[in-house]
Design a protein around this ligand. Sequence first.
Ligand SMILES: Cc1cc2nc3c(=O)[nH]c(=O)nc-3n(C[C@H](O)[C@H](O)[C@H](O)COP(=O)(O)O)c2cc1C
Length: 123
Amino acid sequence: MNQIIQSLHNRKSVRAYEKRSISPEDKREILMAAMAAPTAGNQQLYTILDITDQELKERLSVTCDNQPFIAKASMVLIFCADVQKWVDAFEEGNAQPRPPRGGGLYACSNRCSYCCAECCSGG
Ligand SMILES: Cc1cc2nc3c(=O)[nH]c(=O)nc-3n(C[C@H](O)[C@H](O)[C@H](O)COP(=O)(O)O)c2cc1C
């Protein structure tokens, strides 16, 4: 079977983690894989926040639907749909972008999910 198809079949969600840190090299590889996700016009309208502060992880484990495993993960990434990047790009080109509307936010969060999925599929 094609290796990529095989990887897609083999992947699964994991919510119990080994107590070891992620090396900077591995973290970089994971982030680069996430950023390789295709986006419309390659606009990459997302921002990835790397949460390293334990106290913040604890808060997220409550505010993100009470999911305690978040606080136990060595690496916690938040994927934000970032419509402002679209506005910034147009302003950079001396164009007058219209203010972002709901559809833009939906499109961003959609692309953000692809990026997140690509990141998580790395195993
Ligand atoms: C957009 C999206 C949001 C998800 N949110 C959560 C979540 O908040 N907590 C969680 O434990 N799993 C979450 N999942 C993982 C799904 O529950 C999981 O992929 C699904 O149950 C299938 O299991 P599998 O990934 O092991 O095949 C999410 C998955 C997607 C695609």
